[in-house]
Ligand binder design. Structure first.
Ligand code: GDP
Ligand code: MG
Length: 311
């Protein structure tokens, strides 16, 4: 590798002298990809909680460690519900239209390119299961995550049948995560799936994918005003989704009262957009999240009303 000393800038060119004294030049990119620091980016604005508590900083750190302590394990692939392996660990699955970013998100969440991704819709044809956390000999602290075939363009009806059986019958399933494109919102095919969740009493949650396309569409640092406008647009999408999944606030609710926007591709400082928040939501769905310590109040003597000394 060519090491350099004392680079100088001149007319948009970076002049550098290599170790052997030869001058070479590099064009200075005028479109340097923007890498905003964590401090300047309001990560919390990527989530909208109307019926859940926001995770604390230590819960997010715990979630990140849970997913990174050891590599995820591929468990099984199944085309048919009846050929799926049984297992005792809680399960969550990712569903959504073809190309919405399910497999990419899974790879990012699991910190490994373990699920197959493609720019062509309909490439995930099987239900694929991966294990996160836990140990070989102790599956109790383990989460099983499923990547599912997509529907819509590129999806196939017969896979849909098996996915439906899974949704209706799988006891280990704790929550289905429905991935919706941040730019396009909920489509008709998503609505059909929402109706199926209701029909089969499947708890679910919406996650918005590809949020980088809304927040950093040109991959450059926006001014604080522009960033605020883009975050407001994202918030509006999340509020619309709330209305779509929760038409009757008094009804029998299967929807988790939160939406998280994330990106599988965009780093903001040392973090990817929304990824730890999604990890936390997955753990909370399975009851594996870091629980806040509850400090009990000191027992106090209960005095009946009659015994109260009135002054
Ligand atoms: N900009 C952007 N593109 C993404 C993101 N996630 C996935 N993609 C792209 O979307 C396409 C489909 O992704 P994939 O994960 O295979 O979608 P799936 O069919 O739902 O599993 C691929 O070309 C990905 O590179 C994201 O967070 N941001
Ligand atoms: Mg896929």
């Amino acid at each position: 590798m060519q090491s350099t000393i004392a680079p100088r800038k001149f007319l948009g060119l970076q002049l550098s002298r290599s170790n052997n004294g030869v001058l070479f030049r590099k064009a200075l990119s005028t479109t340097t990809p923007h890498k905003p620091s964590t401090a300047e980016f309001p990560h919390g604005a990527l989530s909208y909680h109307w019926d859940t508590t926001e995770p604390t900083a230590s819960q997010l750190v715990h979630a990140s460690k849970f997913f990174n302590l050891q590599p995820p394990k591929f468990l099984w692939s199944a085309e048919k519900f009846k050929t799926m392996d049984f297992g005792g660990s809680p399960e969550i699955c990712f569903l959504g239209r073809s190309n919405v970013g399910k497999s990419s998100l899974l790879n990012t969440l699991l910190s490994k390119r373990i699920a197959h991704t493609s720019s062509k819709p309909g490439r995930t044809r099987l239900m694929n299961a991966f294990a996160v956390g836990g140990r070989e000999d102790n599956a109790s602290n383990r989460l099983v995550v499923l990547d599912m075939p997509g529907y819509g363009k590129g999806g196939r009806a017969e896979w849909g049948k098996e996915v439906l059986k899974y949704l209706g019958k799988r006891r280990q399933l704790k929550r289905a995560f429905l991935l919706v494109d941040s730019e396009h919102g909920i489509k008709n095919s998503d609505k059909q799936l929402l109706a199926l969740f209701q029909e089969h009493s499947v708890p679910y949650q919406i996650v918005l994918s590809k949020a980088d396309r809304i927040i950093f569409p040109d991959n450059r640092k926006p001014s604080p005003e522009v960033l605020a406008l883009r975050l407001a647009a994202l918030r509006k999408t999340m509020e619309t989704i709330k209305d779509e999944v929760e038409p009757d606030p008094e009804g029998d609710l299967l929807a988790t009262g939160e939406v998280i926007a994330c990106s599988s591709e965009k780093w903001v400082g040392a973090k990817r957009m929304g990824i730890d928040a999604v990890r936390f939501a997955m753990l909370r769905a399975a009851g594996l999240e870091l629980k806040p310590k509850i400090t009990l109040a000191k027992p106090t003597e209960i005095v009946s009303f009659d015994e109260l000394e009135m002054s």
